[in-house]
Design a protein around this ligand. Structure first.
Ligand code: FAD
Length: 474
């Protein structure tokens, strides 16, 4: 086939043949690491939200950088397209093949090589699951600064490749700020060693940064060096019910002023998102129903101090009518239960007719106006428009659910959102990357000069265009 259901032309790549498979089997040794059974391939061919399905005939599971090198060198020489996959939790379908690209899964590259508790740094292979990494550093009193709802499945290499944001960006920043070094296999199989463990290094261009957020299109990340933060000794959450978006904003301002240095997350959810999430995830709300909800997290080093601070914040927020109701807890199981309400929201959106996912950065004042405008624009043509997200970072997840995919409506909606986001000088992809589904935005949201430079970099680093074709670059 040359054109698939996504109306994309297959690139001029070679098709997988028996000799190719023999070569991969020779390198990787056994059938466990060269998957060709249809049933084994299924989960690698489709993305987490089940928006895109590829038809790859093979998944390769290297364990070492040397094995990655041999695979990539061979694919480059034989013009075979490759799709790198970490935990396959990406939201823009960047980690699944679009046609028959060979899938290179990093899931067996899961060795934690070194944790330096004095420097607060960690060195590991790129396939380590984020939660496992955090568990490992916690034994040394450290914490991985990144936290995502997908932490039980996503890999650190995927996090680097998408420049993941997440729930604690407000406090610790995104991946760019926390990566100390990378090891990358280039499209020609050469290993690029940018694997320093220093926090400060201004000796020349910051080459490693090119690969952060490059979504598998410029190289395959094989090792990651990361800075960690001291693990907070106390953690509290407040779950609040509010009357309006104005109150959400005034409560956020108050929380920033009064909780200051211990504030580590501010998440917002509208009533309809939460209702939907509750219905599907069967989770109990700690308070009654309200038009808006805020989840605030504090983390620090003195439990009594942090508790007092959060409790007196809530008391005065209630007295001053910023919030209508709220609970505060520092009990680990309750903290977890409250976080689950927010973290598990996306699960409820799977498997339901048409799902439109928009991950927008816009000025926080306009955050919810855009949800209302979208509802007004779509009228009753869809079932639901949900608004929730990382309020503290101005990053809204605007999700649309309809009974059935409607191509014309989806296109109109995209044009509408694009226009509004550009007017607000925002971003069409705050943290999920462009992947396959959003690649057409690349030239629209970047200046001609930046776009040109991106294309030149791609040409230099991957002249045969074997790395993750059909992704990021339109
Ligand atoms: P994958 O999905 O496997 O891959 C993502 C991209 O990176 C693909 O283009 C792939 O080709 C490339 N890639 C993966 N590994 C490598 C590698 N070693 N070398 C080169 N390229 C590679 N994202 C956020 O930013 N913030 C959130 O709060 C957040 N919450 C989420 C909650 C849920 C429930 C889900 C399902 C997703 C969420 N995401 C979030 C999206 C997703 O989890 C992140 O983008 C994550 O960083 C992807 O990691 P992964 O290992 O699953 O990568």
């Amino acid at each position: 086939f040359t054109k698939n259901t996504y109306q994309v032309e297959r690139g001029f790549y070679n098709y997988l043949q028996e000799p190719h498979l023999h070569y991969f089997q020779k390198i990787l040794g056994d059938d466990e690491r060269v998957l060709t059974n249809l049933s084994d391939l299924e989960k690698y061919n489709v993305d987490w939200y089940q928006q895109v399905r590829g038809s790859s005939a093979v998944v390769l599971k290297p364990k070492t950088t040397e094995e990655v090198t041999k695979i990539v060198e061979y694919c480059n020489a034989n013009k075979l397209a490759l799709c790198t996959q970490g935990g396959n939790t990406g939201c823009s379908a960047g980690a699944v093949p679009v046609f028959d690209e060979i899938i290179l899964s990093t899931e067996l590259m899961n060795e934690i090589i070194e944790i330096d508790e004095n420097a607060g740094t960690i060195l590991c292979q790129s396939g380590v699951i984020l939660e496992a990494l955090d568990r490992a550093v916690s034994e040394k009193g450290l914490m991985v600064p990144l936290d995502l709802g997908s932490k039980g499945s996503c890999n650190i290499g995927g996090n680097v490749s998408t420049n993941a944001g997440g729930l604690r960006l407000l406090r610790y920043g995104n991946m760019h700020g926390n990566i100390l070094g990378l090891e990358v296999v280039k499209a020609n199989g050469e290993v690029l060693d940018c694997l320093k463990l220093m926090r400060k290094d201004n000796s020349g261009l910051h080459i490693k940064n090119i690969f952060v957020g490059s979504e598998g299109t410029l190289g395959i990340i094989t090792k990651v060096a990361l800075q960690c933060v001291p693990r907070p000794k106390s953690q509290q959450v407040a779950f609040l019910g509010l009357q309006s978006y104005e109150k959400v904003l005034s409560t956020m301002r108050k929380a920033r002023q009064e909780l200051g240095e211990i504030l580590s997350a501010i998440e917002v959810m509208d009533a309809i998102s939460l209702e939907w999430g509750q219905q599907h995830n069967k989770l109990t709300l700690p308070i009654d129903k309200y038009p808006f909800y805020l989840l605030l997290e504090t983390s620090g080093s003195n439990e009594e101090h942090d508790n007092n601070k959060l409790n007196s914040f809530l008391e005065s927020a209630l007295v001053q009518n910023h919030v209508l109701n709220g609970v505060v807890t520092g009990e680990p199981s309750k903290v977890q239960a409250i976080w689950a309400i927010r973290e598990r929201l996306p699960e409820g959106f799977k498997n339901h007719g048409w799902l439109g996912l928009y991950d927008l950065s816009i000025p926080v004042t306009q955050f919810y106006n855009l949800v209302d405008e979208t509802r007004a624009y779509l009228k009753n043509q869809v079932e639901y428009v949900f608004g929730f997200g990382h309020l503290g970072d101005g990053n809204i997840h605007l999700n649309v659910l309809g009974k059935k995919y409607n191509k014309r409506l989806a296109q109109d909606l995209e044009t509408f959102l694009m226009k509004r986001v550009l007017e607000l000088k925002g971003s069409m992809s705050a943290e999920h990357g462009l992947g396959f589904l959003k690649r057409k935005y690349l030239p629209m949201v970047n200046s001609p000069g930046s776009y040109q430079l991106m294309k030149e970099l791609k040409r230099i680093l991957d002249p045969n265009h074997i790395l993750n074709p059909y992704k990021v670059f339109p």
